[in-house]
Design a protein around this ligand. Structure first.
Ligand code: MF3
Ligand code: CO
Length: 251
């Protein structure tokens, strides 16, 4: 069942998004060569505490961290580690879901360490465009799969792979609610979008094969062929006008 959020719930989700986005805005200032992904997680945990945010990943199915940090060929759910230290040119994906007064926002962003190879930069931009194309279909009256189709079309226009083992999701009091939002599909299917629905859209793409494998840690998903992976996520509320992107406050 897809829950419809009332005004009070939406206001809390917006506040969660605003606070979470503030943390992400500050991440580039700490990302540097030699920093461990565990140190990034610890930094995020401290900021969450300061901002009154409650982690939704720590404690989730035994997961121990406030963020997922996936580097290069890791797609999503990278487990922060003291042994994993950032190197020049790395593509770092940081994914955080946190709640404010009981309501969640879910967000992921990508950062290059010092510099980006041009083809890696283009790849990241394709992922960003695909998310924006998905959001551009997040209007009341559209069908859910119109979003999926828009995301897929943008990715395939650049011939990148679409990871199929994970999907976006509804969100609210819980990190994962109905519906599941695939990053591929034909338009015109699934539930009709209605004002008050909250959706976390998160395309995951690969430079090579779309196939992924989950490591022995039970979490980290990486590409089978070792190719670069990109992931970006925003939380969006369906309104009776423009979609409200709560993880991009001020837009
Ligand atoms: N934003 C991620 C998601 O939507 C958060 C995963 S947290 C984890 O799946 F605990 F599942 F790793
Ligand atoms: Co998510």
């Amino acid at each position: 069942m897809i829950t419809i959020k009332n005004k009070a719930a939406i206001a809390k989700m917006e506040e969660a998004g605003k606070r979470l986005a503030t943390i992400f805005d500050k991440l580039p200032s700490i990302i540097e060569v030699g920093l461990s992904t565990l140190a990034i997680d610890a930094w995020i945990e401290e900021r969450q505490r300061q901002y009154g945010l409650v982690s939704k990943s720590k404690g989730y199915k035994g997961y121990k961290y406030v963020s997922c940090i996936s580097v290069n060929d890791e797609v999503v759910h990278g487990v922060p580690s003291v042994a994993k230290k950032l190197q020049v040119g790395d593509l770092v994906k940081v994914d955080v879901c946190a709640a404010w007064n009981g309501y969640c926002a879910d967000m992921a962003r990508m950062y290059f360490v010092e510099n980006a190879a041009p083809r890696s930069q283009q790849f990241v931009e394709a992922a960003q465009r695909s998310l924006n194309q998905g959001i551009a279909k997040a209007y009341a009256g559209n069908r859910l799969s119109d979003i999926s189709y828009a995301i897929q079309s943008e990715i395939e226009a650049s011939s990148y792979g679409i990871v199929r083992d994970f999907a976006g999701h509804g969100i609210g009091k819980m990190m994962h609610e109905d519906p599941e939002i695939l990053n591929f599909g034909q338009p015109g299917h699934g539930p009709i979008l209605r004002p008050g629905m909250a959706l976390a859209l998160e395309p995951m793409i690969t430079m090579g094969s779309h196939k992924i494998v989950v490591l022995d840690d039970g979490w980290t998903a990486k590409t089978v062929d070792g190719s670069l992976a990109a992931h970006i996520e925003d939380t969006v509320i369906i309104t009776d006008a423009e979609p409200k992107i709560i993880t991009r406050p001020g837009t």
